[in-house]
Design a protein around this ligand. Structure first.
Ligand code: RAM
Length: 348
C-alpha cells in the first residue's frame, strides 16, 4: 500500500525533472552486457544493487533502471545494470549467477518467466543476496519482495476501457503481447479476457500473438494480424515495445485511423503516433518511479529494516513511505492514461 502520491501530470513532470529522466538514461549500451559488465553510478556505501531487466535496449527499462540508479546514488550505494539482448525465459540466469558470485547486496529483476530463473535466484539468496522483482514477477517463493507498478486488475481494466471506447464497444480485437512466458503480460491478458466476457459481450478477442518485446518481430506480427483478420477493429498491445512497433506499422498503412490501437506505451515513443492520429489514448505508469522504488526496497531489505512481511514499511526517498502488502508485494500506484491533451507534459 502506498501512502502519498499518484501519477498526476504535475507530479510526473516534477518527478521526471527531479529524477533527471529525459528520454533514455542508463548505463546500458543498448546492445547486451557481459554478466560482469561495467559498474555504473557512484560508488561508496556498502550496499550494491544490480538491476537486471527483461532485456537491454528497451526505453522502458532504460527509464526504470535510471530511476533505480538515481535512488542508489542518493543512498550512496553502488549501482550496476546488466542484462541479455533477448527476453527469453532463461537468458537472465548467467547474470543472476554472476551477481551471486560477486556477492551483491540486492538484485532487482524483471522476470521473463515465473519459474525459469528460480533455481538461480535460490542460489543467490543462499549466498546472501536479497531478491527484489519489479515490473514482472517470479513465483512468490523465489524472491523477497515484488514491486508492482499498479494492480493487475487496474491495468487490465484500463486497457479494455480504452479499446471499448475507441471501437464503439463492438467488433473483433486482437492482442499483441511481449514474450509468451512473461508473468506480467500473461496476468494482464487473463484479466482482460475476464473483463471482456463479463462486461463487453459484443467485443470478440480473435487472436493473441507474441512479439517477444522485439521491435521487428512485433512489427511483423502486426502486419500478419491485419492480414489474417480483415474485420479487425482494434489491437491492444500491453507492452511498450509492441505498441510502438504496431503504431509505426499502422501509421504508414491503409489501416491508420481505421484500426484502433491502445495498450501500454511510453509517451516519448508514442508521441508522434498520437499527434498523427494513429493512436487516440494509451496507458502506463512512470517506469522511473518504479525503478526508484525498487532500489529503495532493495536497500531496506539489505539493511535488515524490512523482511518482506505484510505491514513492514520503509522510506523511498522522494516517493515517501511505502508499506508491504500481502504476498510480499509493494504497490506503486495507479495506471495513467495519456492522450493528445496531456502527452506533451511527459518526458520518458
Ligand atoms: C515492456 C515490458 C515490460 C512491461 C511494459 C509495459 O516494456 O514488457 O515488462 O511492463 O512493456
Amino acid at each position: 500500500m502506498k501512502f502519498n502520491r499518484r501519477l498526476s501530470a504535475f507530479a510526473a513532470v516534477t518527478l521526471v525533472a527531479s529524477l533527471g529522466l529525459t528520454a533514455c538514461g542508463s548505463d546500458s549500451d543498448g546492445g547486451g552486457s557481459d554478466a560482469g559488465g561495467d559498474t555504473g553510478g557512484s560508488g561508496g556505501g556498502d550496499i550494491s544493487v544490480t538491476f537486471l531487466p527483461k532485456n537491454l535496449g528497451n526505453p522502458y527499462f532504460d527509464t526504470s533502471d535510471a530511476g533505480g540508479k538515481k535512488a542508489v546514488e542518493e543512498f550512496g550505494g553502488t549501482f550496476e545494470e546488466v542484462g541479455p539482448d533477448t527476453a527469453t525465459p532463461d537468458a537472465q540466469v548467467p547474470f543472476i549467477n554472476t551477481a551471486a558470485q560477486q556477492g551483491v547486496s540486492a538484485l532487482v529483476v524483471s522476470a521473463n518467466d515465473p519459474e525459469a530463473i528460480c533455481d538461480a535466484l535460490d542460489e543467490a539468496r543462499s549466498a546472501g543476496t536479497k531478491i527484489v522483482t519489479f515490473d514482472s514477477d517470479t513465483n512468490p517463493e523465489c524472491r523477497d519482495l515484488y514491486i508492482n507498478q499498479a494492480t493487475a486488475d487496474g491495468i487490465a481494466k484500463a486497457q479494455i476501457d480504452l479499446i471499448a471506447d475507441q471501437i464503439g464497444d463492438a467488433g473483433e480485437i486482437a492482442i499483441l503481447s511481449a514474450s509468451a512466458n512473461a508473468t506480467n503480460q500473461n496476468a494482464w491478458i487473463d484479466l482482460m479476457e475476464k473483463e471482456l466476457s463479463a462486461n463487453h459481450p459484443d467485443i470478440q478477442l480473435v487472436d493473441t500473438v507474441y512479439g517477444d518485446d522485439d521491435d521487428q518481430t512485433s512489427f511483423d506480427k502486426t502486419a500478419a494480424l491485419l492480414q489474417a483478420h480483415p474485420n479487425l477493429k482494434g489491437i491492444i498491445s500491453p507492452t511498450t515495445v509492441g505498441i510502438a512497433a504496431a503504431a509505426r506499422y499502422l501509421s504508414a498503412s491503409k489501416y491508420k485511423g481505421k484500426v484502433a490501437l491502445t495498450g501500454l506505451g511510453t509517451p516519448n515513443q508514442m508521441r508522434e503516433y498520437v499527434k498523427d492520429g494513429t493512436v487516440t489514448a494509451f496507458a502506463l505508469w512512470n517506469p522511473g518511479d518504479l525503478g526508484y522504488l525498487a532500489a529503495y526496497a532493495a536497500k531496506a531489505l539489505a539493511d535488515g529494516d524490512i523482511t518482506g512481511a505484510e505491514g513492514d514499511s520503509f522510506e523511498a526517498g522522494d516517493l515517501g513511505t511505502f508499506e508491504v502488502d500481502a504476498d510480499a508485494t509493494v504497490l506503486l500506484g495507479d495506471p495513467f492514461v495519456f492522450d493528445k491533451s496531456n502527452i506533451d507534459d511527459f518526458d520518458f
